[in-house]
Design a protein around this ligand. Sequence first.
Ligand SMILES: [Zn+2]
Length: 219
Amino acid sequence: MKEIELIGDNHITTSVDTPLRSDAFERTDEEKIENIKGHFAKIMEELGLDLTDESLSGTPNRVAKMYVKEMFYGLDPKNKPKLTTFDNNIGYKKMLVEQNIDLDSACEHHFLPITGHAHIAYIPKDKLIGISKLNRLVDYYSRRPQGQERLCLQIMQDLQKVLEIEDVMVVINAKHSCISSRGIKDKNSFTTTMEYGGAFNEANVRNEFFETIKSKING
Ligand SMILES: [Zn+2]
């Protein structure tokens, strides 16, 4: 409890891996929906809402389904996209950039939306990856309670692993609803995170990437 209080409103993430319980996937999605439905009904009742009202009665079920099937399906490894790679027979050895990838996530501190874009670059050696897999990987890791810093690292590390290279860079620009609609209530700020390895440690290589994405970098 003390640690939770210390972290408070600061968006500090504690580990690259999302902290999961060892029994995280023992129950089926349907069992989880049923349980969350009951828990959410309790929250609404505690707030004083009358769940017999026609407009409210379906909300616990809708929220439960939305959590398990839409907002947080990326918690479950069974939903991870297959990151198929293929041999770089064409000998493409320069930078590949996939930019402006839509990102919908939720902050793990408030369960409020994080929305923005991811931009990914890699410099292949022996392997290439299907381009849409980059979009799918962003979606997968976004669909869980997240910290933007961790999200950036999780995407980069997976790509480094499957492509068998260090030369990957991930930039994320995102707006956090917990900053815009509560707390400080700043509507215009957005957050940029970047993680990189290998050749991207060189400023000129990073700059080539920034130059490529510059029209898309402002959130
Ligand atoms: Zn937050």
